[in-house]
Design a protein around this ligand. Structure first.
Ligand SMILES: Nc1nc2c([nH]c(=O)n2[C@H]2C[C@H](O)[C@@H](COP(=O)(O)OP(=O)(O)OP(=O)(O)O)O2)c(=O)[nH]1
Length: 319
């Protein structure tokens, strides 16, 4: 076990016109030569917000109001020679024109163009968190495949989700595949990203899907990431052990719940927001809160360190 002290680092993601500000770390420092989001160590007696306001001004000349900062994700990472706790916050308003005040190059980049390999390893979940939406829409029950598709069309039009999971564990593999083919067409036409639910072979069958969501009983059968980095990988988790396994699989995000009791999982009691927060703090990947939640719960989920909410009832038409 490492005995190196963990360093609390305040990291700021500053948005302007859909782009984020990045800088290149000087060659001679830790993780030198790689790109970073501006920030630095939280000094004794400082809050993370105070540290961010100070570091961002010192490094870039931009002025940020502490109340404009919102939490993104907390990432703990052990580099071997250094252990960091990246406390990541975003700001969508900052005053001034940024300049590299410590000689570093700064520039604005679209989130979609951030590449993992250009950043320190600890930044991988940050980049995921910036790309993922606040809601993860999961399909619900329907009377049959055709009814299912009708409800999907209706839900896509009325709710307009960005990211959707085709979950239908009650269907046979063949029926699910039929539904996946139709749903994918519909999602692509509506500019919605579709995740498939089940075994990794689904992505060979449907390469146009954006990723695979492993139910826990599937996830536990794998010891390494079962899909390529070109796809998103998500895992359904319910405990610290399951989260640790999903992290080992290099999941891009997870769902965690039930936070509250929910009709789709009768008998399961909710873990509550405090337990959710504890588990999220130890996870290091974007986490959607799941179970008995609706869109107004997004604010609570984010204040607890989560990415947002996942669920059926907030978007799926009732039968
Ligand atoms: N600012 C920043 N640091 C990051 C990112 N990703 C990442 O792993 N780190 C790590 C690299 C360093 O080990 C640590 C930040 O420490 P630092 O040395 O840059 O902090 P500082 O500006 O307070 O430095 P100094 O006073 O020691 O010069 O966090 C990131 O995106 N931004």
């Amino acid at each position: 076990m490492t005995t190196v002290r963990e360093i609390h680092v305040a990291v700021g993601v500053i948005f302007r016109e859909g782009k984020v500000l990045i800088a290149r770390r000087p060659d001679h420092v830790h993780q030198g030569g790689l790109l970073e989001f501006p920030g630095g160590k939280v000094e004794a007696g400082e809050t993370v917000q105070q540290a961010l306001v100070r570091e961002i001004f010192e490094e870039t000349g931009l002025r940020i109001a502490p109340e404009a900062l919102e939490p993104v994700i907390e990432v703990r990472h052990d580099y071997g020679d250094k252990r960091v706790f990246l406390d990541v916050w975003e700001a969508s308003s900052a005053e001034g024109i940024p300049e590299g005040r410590e000689g570093q190059k700064v520039r604005w980049v679209e989130v979609g163009k951030l590449a993992d390999s250009d950043f320190p390893a600890a930044n991988r979940p940050i980049i995921r968190a910036l790309r993922l939406p606040r809601q993860y829409a999961i399909t619900g029950a329907a009377a049959g495949v055709e009814a299912y598709l009708e409800q999907l069309e209706q839900a896509l039009h009325s709710a307009g989700p960005e990211l959707c999971l085709l979950r239908a564990p009650e269907l046979s593999d063949d029926t699910y595949a039929q539904l996946a083919a139709w749903s994918l067409e519909s999602c692509i036409a509506n500019n919605v990203k579709l995740m498939l639910h089940g075994a990794p072979s689904l992505l060979e069958q449907f390469p146009g899907a954006c990723g695979l969501h492993l139910p826990w009983h599937q996830a536990r059968q794998h010891s390494v990431r079962p899909v390529s980095g070109d796809y998103l990988l998500a895992v359904s988790c319910h405990s610290a052990e399951e989260i640790a396994h999903a992290t080992q699989l290099q999941a891009d995000f997870i769902t965690l719940g039930p936070v509250r009791p929910t009709p789709s999982h009768p008998g399961a009691s909710g873990m509550g927001w405090n337990r959710f927060q504890e588990l999220v703090a130890a996870s290091g990947v974007p986490v959607y809160a799941l179970g008995g939640l609706s869109l107004p719960d997004i604010a609570e989920a984010r204040s607890r360190g989560g990415q947002g909410v996942a669920g059926i009832s907030f978007w799926w038409p009732s039968t």
